[in-house]
Write a protein of this length. Structure first.
Length: 308
């Protein structure tokens, strides 16, 4: 199932209501996450992706203003600005100003919530924030370090914040391969051994994939990357059973890395933990995601669930 809600039934139901133009379920889905920032970030992002092409966020904020309405508006405004920027649309600047205003309003509603600040971090690549890097990075890449540090004071290991921050340094957004590797290593090494943030170097490995390079698909078999995947499997993967909801995207990156490293037994365990759920990343980088995922599952001796 290519559903970003995966086994989060509350989120899935809220998405259905948002598609129908109703926001009550979205309010309930977000309100119950005020003390769970990881779930709050994920739910607000998925709901915003559903609401971005409608006026639901603006209507909700007008009719029943509050922290949850302000957060969804911030996330919707963020997505709209990023989409316009990626499309090279001249409306991007105006939408970015709107998004920043929305993020500031949401941050005032719940000052302890890092999510509006994470939305601002996602917009940082549009403004080119260039704070000096802290000591310890070989390339010392400038970037939105102050904003990132503020988020870490609210939630030290916030998953989306780390991924958004890392993406600032991707070559496709004006960064460089060297900076991406440097930041990924810096962030992953400071994370606890049992954290999914240890996957960050594997994310950059996918980002830097060049099918025309010699033996490109053998990269994951090299000792450093195979060791990274196996370490994440050993330290983080056993913790997944205790998660409130299945972390499909992180599991997908781990399964992919293990499969590419010829660690089919471990990859099979990860695929099994994912159940019938799947994400298009990282498979879509290598071709049609359904075909790539089918190939990987079959190589690990697993059946292929029916697409949904």
């Amino acid at each position: 199932m290519w559903s970003p809600a995966a086994d989060d039934r509350v989120l899935a139901r809220a998405c259905m209501d948002v598609r129908a133009g109703r926001y009550f379920s979205a309010h309930e889905a977000l309100k119950e996450t005020r003390d769970d920032y990881e779930v709050r970030a994920h739910r607000s992002l998925v709901l915003a992706s559903v609401a971005a092409d409608s006026d639901l966020a603006e209507r909700w904020l007008s009719e029943e203003p509050g922290p949850e309405a302000a957060l969804l508006w911030a996330r919707v405004a963020m997505l709209r600005a990023l989409r316009m920027a990626d499309a090279g649309d001249q409306r991007q600047r105006a939408l970015t100003r709107i998004a920043r205003t929305a993020c500031e309003r949401a941050a005032k509603e719940l000052p302890e919530d890092p999510t509006p600040w994470v939305a601002q971090l996602a917009l940082a690549r549009l403004d080119g924030l260039k704070d000096p890097a802290p000591q310890g990075l070989l390339t010392a890449p400038p970037g939105p370090w102050r904003l990132f540090s503020h988020i870490l004071r609210l939630d030290a290991w916030h998953r989306e914040a780390h991924h958004r921050f890392l993406s600032f340094f991707f070559a496709r957004y004006g960064g460089s391969s060297g900076a991406s590797w440097d930041v990924a290593a810096f962030l992953s090494q400071r994370a606890p051994a049992g954290s999914p943030l240890r996957l960050l170097p594997l994310v950059v490995l996918v980002e830097d994939y060049d099918p025309s390079a010699l033996l490109a698909d053998r990269t994951w078999e090299q000792p450093p990357w195979a060791a990274t995947a196996m370490s994440v499997h050993h330290h983080w993967f056993p913790r997944v059973a205790d998660y409130r909801f299945t972390p499909v995207l992180d599991l997908a990156y781990l399964a992919h890395a293990l499969f590419m490293a010829k660690r089919e037994f471990e990859a099979r365990e990860v695929f099994t933990a994912m159940g019938p759920y799947a994400s298009r990343m990282p498979w879509s980088v290598f071709g049609d995601p359904a075909e790539q995922l089918t190939k990987a599952r079959r190589s690990c001796g697993l059946p292929v669930p029916h697409n949904a």
